[in-house]
Design a protein around this ligand. Structure first.
Ligand SMILES: [Zn+2]
Length: 186
């Protein structure tokens, strides 16, 4: 069974003025195809059980540059239930991360993902965040080690903006053995 996702497309607002949203449920479906292609290497798949356009989140632009804070504010809006909560948001200036997640799905399986303008970039960022929920942390690249840097530079779990979608055998094993996959099957 695929892991169930509940999608909240959350527009930002500032002082009551709502920003036009970039995401739609159709775009989310296309990005999820990319997510599932990436995670098929681990034989893990995800399905959108529900997709809703949420109430706008009024938050000053200057307060959005802390990814943990944005995730906490978003995740507090909906109690944990029997699905992974994914918050899809507009691009955030000055945020180098593609989104944020609770590592090991602790205290709950929730992530937010920024909009990146095309299905592959959106799906890649989303797949990266799901990696964190499945207990896969960032890979550290040692740029003085050319061979290692070349191998890991295309990895899904490099920090910040990247186009890599590779997974190592160890990452596949970590994801398969994670609390999230044990709970939902994957
Ligand atoms: Zn990350």
């Amino acid at each position: 069974m695929p892991i169930p996702l509940k999608i909240y497309i959350t527009p930002f607002a500032e002082r009551g003025v709502v920003e036009p949203g970039k995401w739609s449920c159709d775009i989310a479906k296309k990005a999820l195809d990319v997510v599932n292609t990436i995670w098929s290497k681990a034989k893990i798949s995800f399905a959108i059980n529900d997709c809703v356009i949420d109430k706008p989140l009024d938050m000053a632009k200057s307060a959005r540059n802390n990814d943990k804070r944005v995730l906490d504010v978003l995740s507090l809006r909906h109690d944990p239930d029997n699905a992974v909560h994914i918050y899809l948001v507009n691009p955030i200036q000055n945020l180098s991360a593609g989104g944020s997640s609770y590592l090991h799905s602790d205290p709950e399986p929730a992530s937010f993902v920024q909009w990146y303008g095309d299905d592959f970039a959106n799906g890649r960022a989303w797949a990266h965040e799901l990696g964190h929920l499945m207990s896969v942390d960032h890979v550290e690249i040692d740029y003085t080690n050319e061979r290692q840097a070349a191998a890991l530079g295309k990895n899904l779990m490099t920090k910040g903006l990247s186009v890599g979608s590779n997974l190592t055998t160890q990452q596949v094993e970590t994801a398969k053995g994670s609390k999230l996959v044990k709970r939902f099957g994957g």
